[in-house]
Design a protein around this ligand. Structure first.
Ligand SMILES: Nc1ncnc2c1ncn2[C@@H]1O[C@H](COP(=O)(O)OP(=O)(O)O)[C@@H](O)[C@H]1O
Ligand SMILES: [Mg+2]
Length: 251
């Protein structure tokens, strides 16, 4: 289990994360909701070791990973799919995956690659294609695949549906649900709150760097008005709360 406790991070005098505590359990999807600038990416980057927290702890199982560099964090079983994917466009799909699997060699590497290809057949079909030529959805699959090459126990996903058409968002979030069903813990930031809630087990809402709500995903639907008040633009569609659609009402 990933256990984040009282995390705080600053950029100079800007306190981007003030106080975030949350847990991500194996086989569960923990959804992080929050408006733009709430501190979600900062939190994810601090957990992945890309930023040093000013305070708080990041633990994975028995290990204290607080402030360790990214390559050490990866070795302990945490893998980040960063905001904006950050795949290497000029390199082929296969080369991108190879980078993610740098900890593995020989038969083990082939085994892990085969599993990634099984989960994302398109990465096998397009293995020799420059990653930059893939569609947005395919690039997101590649970013997932690259992260999975390190055989994580917890996957950190920062806005996996960003820039994707609704139909591709469904495909990508469907893959997230499949991954969690294999026992992987998933900590996911997602602006598309409704689509995220459909697959999430737990929800944590963040505003101005602090946790303002945390509970079961099923409960969060009942607290939609609370979430809306905190999250503004990133809020749930009104229909998600009442379950009754107001058809033909005033525009
Ligand atoms: N590299 C940076 N330098 C200075 N301020 C930053 C930097 N990255 C983010 N911030 C600020 O930190 C706050 C949180 O940003 P971020 O973590 O990206 O939020 P979110 O992912 O929730 O949209 C914002 O006020 C943002 O302007
Ligand atoms: Mg962000």
């Amino acid at each position: 289990m990933l256990d984040i406790s009282s995390l705080a991070c600053s950029y100079g005098r800007v306190e981007a994360v003030r106080d975030i505590s949350l847990r991500a359990r194996p086989g569960e999807i923990t959804l992080v909701l929050g408006a733009n600038g709430a501190g979600k990416t900062t939190m994810m980057n601090a957990v992945a070791g890309l930023l040093k927290p000013a305070a708080g702890t990041v633990r994975l199982g028995e290990e204290d990973l607080t402030g360790l560099p990214p390559h050490v964090v990866v070795r302990h079983g945490l893998a980040l799919v960063p905001e904006g994917r950050r795949i290497f466009g000029p390199m082929t799909v296969a080369e991108n995956l190879r980078l993610g699997g740098y900890l593995r060699q020989g038969a083990r590497l082939r085994e892990v690659l085969a599993r990634v290809h099984e989960m994302f057949p398109v990465l096998h079909d397009r293995r020799d294609v420059a990653a930059g030529l893939l569609s947005g959805g395919e690039q997101q699959m590649l970013a997932f695949g690259r992260a999975l090459m390190s055989e994580p126990t917890v996957l950190l996903l920062d806005e996996p549906s960003m820039g994707l058409a609704p139909v591709m968002t469904d495909v990508v979030l469907g893959k997230v649900a499949e991954l969690a069903a294999t026992g992987l813990g998933v900590l996911m930031v997602e602006q598309n709150a409704d689509a995220g809630l459909d697959i999430a087990d737990q929800v944590v809402a963040v505003a101005r760097g602090s946790v303002v709500y945390s509970g079961d995903a099923a409960d969060a639907r009942n607290h939609a008005s609370v979430l809306r008040a905190f999250l503004g633009e990133a809020a749930l569609a009104p229909a998600a709360e009442s379950g009754a659609r107001d058809q033909g009402g005033e525009a």
